[in-house]
Design a protein around this ligand. Structure first.
Ligand code: OXD
Ligand code: MN
Length: 596
C-alpha cells in the first residue's frame, strides 16, 4: 500500500511501474518485521548468505557479479541541457537522448520481479540540512544497504509532506549487462537512473549519486556545499572539541582517519578523536559566519582489505553486528576474512567469486574493493552529537591525496582563496574504488572529480563565493601521508600517527603555534610536530627521526615547478569558466617558486 498521498511521489512510482512492469510493488516502511522478511527472502534466493549469528549477529554476506565490483566512471553521465554545464570533468548526454536510451533498457526490466519503493532521507530527519529521496529498485540488497546507509521508511514521507523537493531514483539490475550499464544523473529534473549494476557506489543512490552529484548541483543553486569529506572531532584534555573536515580521493584512508585512535602519548594527556562522518559532508554558512557540517549518511560503506585491529579497530568493531559484507572471503564456518585482517588466512574458504580459495595460491581472496556496510551507531568512537540537526562547526579543512614526491606532510594555505587553489590542484594516484588502471596520477580537485555534478570551474567559483560569506572561515590545509623515499618506501608511519599532524593543525587554528612561510604555504617547524614514541606497528621496518621529519616537511621546488605545466593544461580545459582568482593564484605560485 502506498505510504504517502504526495501526488508527485505517486506519479513517479506509477510512471516507473508502467515502464519496468514489475509483478509487485512493495513500499518500504522501515519496520524491522518487513526488513527481516526481506532478509529471509534474500537468503532463500542466494542473494544473501546468513553469517554465523553467534559471532556476527545480524550480519550477511553478498557477492556481486564479477564484472560489477566498482564505480563505473566511464559510464556515469550528467544529463543537463547544456553540455558546458556538465563541464569537461563529466561525461555528458543530452537529457532526451539519455531518457530515450534508458527507457529502452528499463522497459519490462522488472517483469517477474518486485519493485521496492524506498523513501529515504540524507541527513537526520528534521535537520535543516536534510533532503529526501525515493529510490525504486528491484534489488533486496539495495533495500537492506539503504537501510544501513540512510534513514528510510514512512517517517521520510512525513518529513516530505506535499513537497516536490525529493530526488527521484530509479534503479534496476536489469540483466547486469556491463555493456548496457549506465549511471545517469538529471540534475535539472532531480532524477537519477541507474541500470545493469548491483555495485554499491552505482546503486545505493543516496550516496555518490545524490549526496554528492545531485547535492553539489543543489548546493550551487541554494548556497551550500556537498563534499567528499570525512568529519572528525578532536577533543583536547580540557574537553573542548574542534572539528575538521577532510577531502581525500576514494580509498586513501578517509575511514581510517575519521576513526583514528591518538598515539599513547596523546591518549595519556586526555586527547580523543570522535567520528562524525567518514565519506560525505554537507556544509552551510551559519549565522555566526562559521562553516557548519553534517554527515548526510547513516552508515559506513568501507573498504575491507587492510582494515584490522591495528589499522582501524573502530571500523572492525563497527562490522561486528548488523553489517553486510560484499565480495570478501567467506570462511567455512560462515564468517568473513579479507587481506590484511590478520595473518591467518582461512583454509577451506571461498573467495569473492565463490570459488574454493587456497591462501598459498598468491591470488587475493577478497576483491581489493570489497566492502562492509555498517551502521554508524556501531562505531565505538561515533561522536555523541553526530546526528545534531544543526551540524558541527568546522575549524579546519584538509585536502590530501597519494603523492609520492611533491606534497610535504602538511602545509597551510595562505587564506581561503589560496585554499581553494590548493584544493583545485589536488592530484592523486588512482585506486581500486573505480574501474580502470590503478596507481595512475590524475587531477582530482577537492577529491570531487568523479562526484561533482556540474562544471568543476563553476564549482571552484562557488567555493570562492562561499568564502566571501564566511566571516570566520575554517583554515585550509593540505596533507600527504604517502610520500615515498628513493627506494619506494613510505616515509611517514601514517594511521594513528597522523594525529600528530592534526594536532598541529588545531593549534594553528587556535593561533597557538607559528609556522614557516614557504612558496606553497605555511609549513610546521620541525620542533612543532612531536615525533616521540612513534608506534611502528603498520610499517615495522620503518624508523622515523628528525631528519626524516625535516625531509617530509620540506618543499621540493624542483618537483613543484614540474606540476605547473600539467596544472596549466588541466585548467585550460575549463576555458573562460576558470575563475580569474585561480589563474592569479597559479601565477603567484609560479613567481614565488622562481624566487627560491
Ligand atoms: C566510496 C568511494 O565508496 O569513494 O566512498 O568510492
Ligand atoms: Mn568516497
Amino acid at each position: 500500500m502506498a505510504l504517502t498521498t504526495n501526488k508527485m511521489v505517486l506519479d513517479f512510482v506509477e510512471e516507473m511501474k508502467t515502464l519496468a512492469n514489475p509483478d509487485h510493488v512493495v513500499w518500504i516502511d522501515g519496520s524491522k518485521e518487513q526488513l527481516d522478511t526481506l532478509k529471509e527472502e534474500a537468503c532463500a534466493t542466494g542473494e544473501l548468505i546468513k553469517l554465523d549469528q553467534e559471532k556476527l549477529p545480524g550480519c550477511y554476506y553478498h557477492r556481486s557479479a564479477i564484472d560489477d565490483v566498482a564505480r563505473v566512471e566511464d559510464r556515469t553521465y550528467i544529463c543537463c541541457n547544456q553540455e558546458v554545464d556538465a563541464g569537461p570533468n563529466n561525461n555528458w548526454m543530452a537529457p532526451e537522448d539519455a531518457y530515450a536510451m534508458a527507457k529502452d533498457i528499463f522497459k519490462n526490466s522488472m517483469v517477474g520481479r518486485t519493485m521496492y519503493v524506498i523513501p529515504f532521507s540524507m541527513g537526520p530527519i528534521g535537520s535543516p540540512f536534510a533532503k529526501a529521496g525515493v529510490e525504486l529498485t528491484d534489488s533486496i540488497y539495495v533495500v537492506l544497504n539503504m537501510d544501513i546507509m540512510t534513514r528510510i521508511g514512512a517517517r521520510v514521507f512525513e518529513m516530505l509532506g506535499d513537497s516536490n523537493d525529493f530526488v527521484r531514483g530509479m534503479h534496476s539490475k536489469c540483466e547486469l549487462d556491463a555493456r548496457r550499464r549506465y549511471i545517469l544523473h538529471f540534475p535539472e529534473d532531480n532524477a537519477i537512473w541507474s541500470m545493469n549494476s548491483g555495485y554499491g557506489g552505482n546503486v545505493l543512490l543516496g550516496k555518490k549519486c545524490f549526496a554528492l552529484r545531485m547535492a553539489s548541483y543543489q548546493g550551487k543553486n541554494e548556497g551550500w556545499l556537498a563534499e567528499h569529506m570525512l568529519i572528525l572531532g578532536i577533543e583536547n584534555p580540557q574537553g573542548e572539541v574542534s572539528y575538521i573536515a577532510g577531502a581525500f580521493p576514494s580509498a586513501c584512508g578517509k575511514t581510517n582517519l575519521a576513526m583514528l585512535i591518538p598515539p599513547e602519548l596523546y591518549k595519556k594527556k586526555g586527547y580523543k578523536v570522535w567520528t562524525v562522518g567518514d565519506d560525505i559532508a554537507w556544509l552551510r554558512v551559519g549565522e555566526d559566519g562559521r562553516l557548519w557540517a553534517i554527515n548526510p549518511e547513516n552508515g559506513f560503506f568501507g573498504v575491507a582489505p587492510g582494515t584490522n585491529m591495528k589499522s582501524n579497530p573502530n571500523a572492525v568493531a563497527s562490522t561486528m553486528k548488523d553489517t553486510i559484507f560484499t565480495n570478501v572471503v567467506l570462511t567455512k564456518d560462515n564468517t568473513v576474512w579479507w587481506e590484511g585482517l590478520d595473518n591467518n588466512p582461512p583454509h577451506g574458504a571461498l573467495d569473492w567469486k565463490g570459488n574454493p580459495w587456497d591462501p598459498a595460491s598468491g591470488e587475493s581472496g577478497a576483491h581489493p574493493n570489497s566492502r562492509f556496510t555498517s551502521p554508524a551507531k556501531n562505531c565505538p568512537c561515533i561522536a555523541s552529537n553526530w546526528e545534531d540537526p544543526k551540524g558541527v562547526p568546522i575549524s579546519a579543512i584538509i585536502f590530501g591525496g597519494r603523492r609520492a614526491k611533491v606534497a610535504p606532510l602538511v602545509y597551510q594555505s595562505r587564506d581561503w582563496q589560496h585554499g581553494v587553489f590548493v584544493g583545485s590542484i589536488m592530484a592523486s594516484e588512482t585506486t581500486a574504488a573505480a574501474t580502470g588502471a590503478t596507481g595512475v596520477l590524475r587531477h582530482d580537485p577537492f577529491a570531487m572529480l568523479p562526484f561533482c555534478g556540474y562544471n568543476m570551474a563553476d564549482y571552484w567559483q562557488h567555493w570562492l563565493d562561499i568564502g566571501k560569506r564566511l566571516t570566520n572561515p575554517p583554515l585550509i590545509f593540505n596533507v600527504n601521508w604517502f610520500r615515498l623515499d628513493d627506494s619506494g618506501n613510505f616515509i611517514w608511519p601514517g594511521y594513528g600517527e597522523n594525529f600528530r599532524v592534526l594536532e598541529w593543525i588545531i593549534r594553528r587554528c587556535k593561533g597557538e603555534v607559528d609556522a614557516r612561510e614557504t612558496a606553497v604555504g605555511y609549513t610546521p617547524r620541525s620542533r612543532d610536530i612531536d615525533i616521540d614514541e612513534i608506534d611502528y606497528y603498520i610499517h615495522p621496518g620503518l624508523r622515523f627521526n628528525v631528519e626524516a621529519l625535516r625531509a617530509i616537511l620540506s618543499v621540493g621546488s624542483v618537483y613543484w615547478k614540474e606540476i605547473l605545466a600539467p596544472v596549466k593544461a588541466f585548467y585550460a580545459q575549463f576555458g573562460d569558466h576558470l575563475p580569474q582568482e585561480l589563474a592569479d593564484e597559479l601565477t603567484a605560485l609560479e613567481s614565488r617558486l622562481w624566487l627560491v
